[in-house]
Ligand binder design. Structure first.
Ligand SMILES: *Cc1c(COP(=O)(O)O)cnc(C)c1O
Length: 395
């Protein structure tokens, strides 16, 4: 019984057509729909069998993910890339979609922390073995390969010590051994290095970082060279629910518009800041691949062709007390363990990404209490120089 007797029968929930317009929206529409209605069972058959193109359920795909993947494909020289809910979803989907019980993977020994954990602790439970080796030495990678090795997983520039992998040597090792070369290109970005141009089989991104660039979305990307590798990765991701939300993809596409501008500016700032840091009292070491004193400078020059990116690490004289004082002196710079934001962020690996290691383990990598990593942003460089002078003066 209705208590509104004069209201004609109606319903607000029945879906009505979106208002038509002969003019079109300038901005990419955000499509949050989880489900898509098909015209008929026959039409749905056609969709599922690939005879017609249509979305069905957002976990399996949606326009905002597809559009974003196409744009990252352009940057990477790829086709058919897939968006994932995070960079780690991308890493996981590749490792678990392409390997099974009895397989073995060789990883760089300074991979992103969660990638290392996945390989050591989680893959093991599923019967997939892992070896780690130093990617600056292609012979060390070659020596880790076994008959059951299925893939090599690498990052081009390591975090946070910014060592540069021997990509040329390792691509040859992978090819000769018939194993897949998987490159996590998050740090270098397609502006620094395009893995598919140099023998990679799979490219991964944490889009969360430089590509989206504003620290407001968590997303990942995967693309493959051999199309037959796409379906196992896709199916694993869809089944385990690793696929991304439309809103995050929409926001990341907006971030991506300015990626080239942000990258150029952040890189120019990083170069200038690295030189500035090297001249400050209290700084004992500066690591930037574009500087002649970087241990892998020559290799960086040939691989990155002068696109050294926005990451700078440095070491100050002193321990935890000096590290605290330095960070406290510059509250305007976010002390946060991330990278690729429009604003400069500083991280302290000993208390964050590398806190799980013993002091000796960290020392072996050169990560002391005085070690800092800077993700340089797009601020006015003169402001950044003042900030860092102030930070160093405070210790
Ligand atoms: C951050 C990062 C990841 C993980 O990405 P999320 O989006 O945080 O899941 C993987 N690899 C590298 C090199 C990263 O920097």
């Amino acid at each position: 019984m209705t208590d509104r007797p004069n209201t004609p029968p109606t319903t607000l929930v029945r879906r009505t057509a979106f208002p038509g317009s002969v003019s079109r929206a300038v901005v990419t529409p955000l499509q949050p729909s989880v489900v898509y209605a098909s015209p008929s069972p026959d039409a749905l058959d056609d969709q599922y069998e690939g005879r017609s193109k249509g979305f069905t359920y957002a976990r399996e795909g949606h326009p905002n993910a597809e559009l974003l993947a196409q744009k990252i494909d352009m940057l990477e020289g790829a086709e058919g890339g897939l968006m994932m809910g995070s960079g780690m979803a991308a890493v996981t989907a590749v490792l678990m979609g392409l390997m099974g019980q009895g397989d073995h993977v060789v990883g760089g020994d300074q991979l992103y922390g969660r990638s290392l954990r996945l390989m050591h602790q989680d893959l093991k439970r599923f019967g997939i073995a892992t070896s780690l080796a130093d990617p600056t030495d292609a012979q060390a990678i070659a020596a880790a390969i076994r008959p059951e090795t299925k893939m090599i997983l690498l990052e081009v520039v390591s975090n946070p010590t910014l060592r540069v992998a021997d990509m040329v040597g390792i691509a040859k090792v992978a090819k000769d051994a018939g194993v897949l070369l998987v490159v996590d290109n998050t740090f270098t970005t397609p502006f620094g290095y395009r893995p598919f141009d140099h023998g990679a089989d799979v490219v991964i991104h944490s889009v969360t970082k430089l590509l989206a660039g504003h620290s407001d979305v968590t997303l990942g990307y995967v693309s493959v060279k051999d199309p037959s590798h796409r379906k196992p990765i896709y199916d694993f991701a869809v089944t385990t629910g690793m696929t991304p939300s439309p809103y995050d993809c929409w926001l990341a596409e907006r971030g991506l518009y300015t990626f080239p501008l942000r990258y150029d500016r952040a890189e120019a700032n990083a170069r200038a800041l690295a030189d500035h840091l090297a001249g400050l009292a209290g700084v004992s070491k500066v690591l930037y691949t574009g500087r002649a004193d970087h241990p892998d400078h020559a290799r960086a020059q040939s691989l990155l062709q002068g696109r050294d990116g926005n990451m700078v690490s440095f070491v100050i004289d002193g321990g935890r007390a000096e590290a605290n004082r330095m960070i406290e002196a510059v509250p305007q710079l976010a002390f946060a363990p991330t990278l690729g934001d429009v604003g400069t962020t500083i991280s302290h690996p000993a208390s964050s990404s590398h806190r799980g290691l013993t002091a000796e383990g960290r020392a072996a990598l050169g990560i002391t209490e005085g070690f800092f990593r800077v993700s340089v942003g797009i601020e006015d460089i003169d402001l950044l120089k003042v900030d860092f002078s102030q930070a160093l003066a405070a210790i």
